[in-house]
Design a binder for this molecule. Structure first.
Ligand SMILES: Cc1cc2nc3c(=O)[nH]c(=O)nc-3n(C[C@H](O)[C@H](O)[C@H](O)COP(=O)(O)OP(=O)(O)OC[C@H]3O[C@@H](n4cnc5c(N)ncnc54)[C@H](O)[C@@H]3O)c2cc1C
Length: 369
């Protein structure tokens, strides 16, 4: 039998690290394993870096609750750990009468669920602030912002190490076996070397591979009602010739499985358009240059002066969606199978998972800590 530890987290993305941090406050030995060479190499470093207010999701959903709680925790964490972030605020814009009605509905809903301060602005008022914008109505959310995700991840890793937790990379979960009242975890590293850890608690925070990991823990197929549909989102960088914008975050209304192709300025001020939503069969992060036209057309609905030549392929990320192209709402899943005491599987942690990460960590720690 290998080393005995209090908890093992599979996945060193922002969600797994947040869980490990919370668990390491209560437990002596917490180990995070990840198959990649370092933390946050998959979904967590391939997103918009936006701190969401919690505007869009159904009232009692985990997405709403954990986004709102997570946002508060995240801003406080950034202050306490000197992680670069900014309360930039965000504009959601409606460009026609139909969208205007949808935006008013979104504003009412966001107010009802407690997504923080909000203000509807007329098209004229929005243009006074943002002259290149074309819109009939805008919703301003001052609680939205941006965070430096890499620094956030680094700060979580530091805190886990400070609490005597460990992060182990280039090590993949292979299988899990039930011992008397604990779990034996078998891993393989990139050299093919195998190791074992014995623990009473497991957190499956494996992002796009969370269902494979659930199977590897021995969860039977009949207890895995979920399927993940990888949905790629590409980003294009905005060149210096692109129309000037003052607001860091300008969003259209949500569409097609995403929040719509929006404009973000990250913490360094670099502007991007994206992400779009493309369901894919295999993981491929290449950004298809020929999408520039489509991107420009999507952005031109609210920023008419944008042209394809202003856009350069940048990066892409892949969402672990629980619903396919047919759409519909799917909530985050924090599953604790009765057949697996001490185990939590985190499934479908797409947006707003970055914002919600610290709240997910706190919830998981309450469940199994
Ligand atoms: C395009 C895009 C834009 C987004 N924008 C935002 C945003 O602006 N704001 C927001 O709040 N959220 C956003 N999100 C969502 C957010 O990025 C994710 O919810 C969050 O990063 C998920 O983190 P994670 O730790 O669950 O997954 P990951 O970061 O993918 O971590 C999972 C880890 O598990 C590891 N792993 C997998 N299998 C194994 C195994 N067998 N053994 C060992 N390790 C394994 C992987 O290597 C990986 O590091 C966006 C997502 C995408 C795709």
């Amino acid at each position: 039998m290998g080393d005995e530890v209090d908890a093992v987290v599979i996945g060193a993305g922002v969600v797994g690290l947040a869980c490990a941090h919370e668990l390491s406050r209560r437990l002596d030995t917490v180990v995070v394993i990840d198959r990649e060479v370092g933390p946050g190499r998959e979904i967590s470093s391939r997103n918009s870096g936006v701190v969401h207010a919690g505007i869009y999701y159904p009232r009692n959903s985990l997405k709403t609750k954990l986004c709102i709680e997570g946002r508060k925790r995240l801003y406080a964490w950034c202050e306490a750990h000197e992680v670069p972030h900014a309360h930039t605020g965000k504009l959601i814009v409606a460009t026609n009468a139909e969208d205007e009605a949808r935006l008013r509905k979104i504003a009412r809903h966001a107010h009802d669920v407690g997504a923080g301060e909000l203000r509807l602005m007329s098209g004229e008022e929005a243009r006074a602030d943002e002259p290149e914008l074309r819109c009939a109505l805008a919703l301003h959310s001052p609680e939205s912002g941006v965070v430096d995700v890499h620094e956030l991840i680094a700060s979580l890793v530091r805190e886990i190490h400070e609490a005597d937790g460990a992060t182990v990379y280039q090590t993949a979960l292979k299988e899990v076996e039930r011992a008397a009242d604990s779990w034996v975890i078998r891993t393989t590293d990139t050299m093919g070397r195998e190791a074992e850890l014995e623990t009473a608690r497991i957190v499956n925070a494996a992002g796009l591979s969370a269902i494979d990991v659930a199977r590897a823990t021995g969860l039977p197929d009949w207890e895995i009602p979920w399927r993940l549909y990888p949905c790629k989102g590409s980003y294009f960088a905005l060149g210096s010739g692109a129309p000037k914008t003052r607001n860091s975050l300008i969003y259209p209304l949500p569409e097609g499985g995403g929040l719509g192709v929006h404009i973000t300025a990250d913490i360094s001020g670099a502007r991007r358009a994206g992400p779009d939503a493309e369901f894919i069969d295999k993981i491929d992060y290449t950004v298809d240059e020929s999408r520039a036209e489509r991107f420009a057309a999507a952005v031109a609905r609210y920023l008419p002066a944008i042209r394809p030549e202003h856009l350069t392929p940048d990066y892409s990320g892949i969402r672990p969606k629980l619903v396919g192209p047919e759409g519909g709402f799917a909530d985050f899943v924090l599953a604790q199978p009765t057949s697996q005491p001490g185990v939590v599987h985190l499934i479908g942690i797409e947006s707003p998972g970055l914002t919600a990460a610290l709240a997910i960590g706190a919830r998981v720690s309450t469940i199994i800590g």
